[in-house]
Design a protein around this ligand. Structure first.
Ligand code: NAP
Length: 294
C-alpha cells in the first residue's frame, strides 16, 4: 500500500499542479486532492471526517483565501480560512509532516532579499493572517512552513494566477501600469511543485523560502510575459510606486531561497531562463521541469 498524501485547495492554482504532477514526481505516493466543494476546511466536523477517511502520512495545505483584495474586503473570512482552518488541520495532523504554504507578503518589502530569520511585518490582511497561521503551524516542531513567491501558472478555473489576471485584464482593453520599482522573485508553477514534492517527501520541519532565483521588477516581469502572450504587448506601461495612491504595497518582496535550494535535485529557475526554455508550442508554458538540472 502506498502512503497517502493529502493536498488541500486541489481546485486552486498550486494544489491543482501538485495533484496533476504527482505521478511524475512522487509515483510511490497515493496523492488525494480535496476541494472546497467536497470539504469546507473551516468546519471542524467535516475536517475530522476527512481525516478519518484518508489518514494521510503527509499533508500539503494549499487551501486559502489567497487574493489580497478579498482579504481586505472580508478580514473575518480571511482569518477563518487562513488561520482557523489551518489550526484545525494542523491539530489533526499532529503526528505527520504538515506543510503550510505561506507567502512573501508576511514582509513589508522595505529590505528585500529576505531570509528565513528576518522579522515579519505584514502590511495587508492577507499577510497578517498568513503570519499568524505560520506561528500556529510552527508550534509543532514536526511541521513546516514554506513561504512561496509569486507563482505563474494555469489554474483549473483559469482565473487564479497573476499571469491569468494580467492576460484577462489586457483582453478587456485595460492598460496595465507595472511598477519599475516593485520587486518579486516569480517562480513557474511546474518548478514550484517539483520543489514542494521533493521537499515534502524528505519530511523536514521548520521555515523555508521558495522563490525563483531572479529578482525582477513588475515591469520586467510584464515585458518577459509579453514575449509569450501577445495580448500584453500593447497593454502594459511602466510606472512607479511613487505615483500610486492606494493601500500600502510592499515594494521589494524578493526572497533568498538558498536553504530550500540545498535540499533540491535541480536548480530553482529564474523567470527569464524558464520562459526562454519553455517550448512555444507547449500547452502550458508553466508545466514542465524535467529538464531542470543542478
Ligand atoms: N499563487 C501565488 O502566487 C501564491 C503566492 C504566495 C503564496 N501562495 C499561497 O499558496 C497557497 C496556494 O495558493 P493558490 O494560488 O493555489 O491559491 P488559490 O488558487 O486561490 O487556491 C486556494 C484554494 O483554496 C480553496 N479554499 C478556500 N476556502 C476554503 C475552505 N473553507 N475549505 C476548503 N477549501 C477552501 C479555494 O476554493 P474556492 O476557489 O472554491 O474558494 C481554492 O481552490 C495559498 O496558501 C496561498 O496563500 C500563493
Amino acid at each position: 500500500m502506498k502512503p497517502i498524501a493529502l493536498i488541500t485547495g486541489a481546485a486552486g492554482l498550486i494544489g491543482g499542479y501538485l495533484v496533476r504532477t504527482a505521478p511524475r514526481w512522487v509515483s510511490d505516493w497515493e496523492v488525494r486532492g480535496v476541494t472546497k466543494a467536497e470539504v469546507d476546511l473551516t468546519d471542524q466536523r467535516q475536517v475530522e471526517r476527512l481525516w478519518d477517511r484518508h489518514r494521510p502520512e503527509l499533508v500539503i495545505h494549499c487551501a486559502a483565501l489567497s487574493r489580497t483584495g478579498l482579504c481586505e474586503q472580508d478580514p473575518a473570512q480571511a482569518q477563518l480560512i487562513n488561520v482557523e482552518a489551518t489550526r484545525i488541520l494542523a491539530s489533526l495532523a499532529r503526528d505527520v509532516p504538515f506543510i503550510f504554504l505561506s507567502t512573501d507578503q508576511v514582509f513589508d518589502g522595505a529590505k528585500g532579499q529576505y531570509v528565513e530569520t528576518d522579522a515579519v511585518h505584514p502590511l495587508n490582511v492577507y499577510g497578517k493572517t498568513k503570519a499568524e497561521a505560520e506561528q500556529v503551524v510552527l508550534a509543532n516542531p514536526a511541521h513546516s512552513v514554506v513561504r512561496i513567491a509569486l507563482t505563474a501558472g494555469t489554474s483549473p478555473t483559469r482565473d487564479r494566477s497573476f499571469v491569468e489576471d494580467m492576460v484577462r485584464t489586457a483582453a478587456k482593453g485595460v492598460t496595465l501600469t507595472l511598477f519599475t520599482d516593485e520587486f518579486r522573485c516569480p517562480l513557474p508553477a511546474g518548478a514550484l511543485v517539483r520543489a514542494l514534492w521533493e521537499f515534502g517527501v524528505q519530511r523536514r520541519a521548520g521555515l523555508y523560502h521558495l522563490g525563483g532565483h531572479e529578482r525582477l521588477s513588475r515591469w520586467e516581469i510584464g515585458e518577459l510575459l509579453a514575449t509569450r502572450f501577445p495580448a500584453l504587448r500593447t497593454s502594459i506601461q511602466p510606472g512607479s510606486v511613487a505615483d500610486y495612491h492606494g493601500p500600502p504595497r510592499p515594494p521589494d518582496l524578493s526572497m533568498c531561497s538558498d536553504t530550500m535550494q540545498a535540499l533540491l535535485s535541480f536548480r530553482l529557475p529564474g523567470f527569464r531562463q524558464w520562459l526562454a526554455a519553455a517550448s512555444p508550442d507547449g500547452e502550458d508554458p508553466w508545466d514542465y521541469s524535467s529538464s531542470l538540472t543542478r
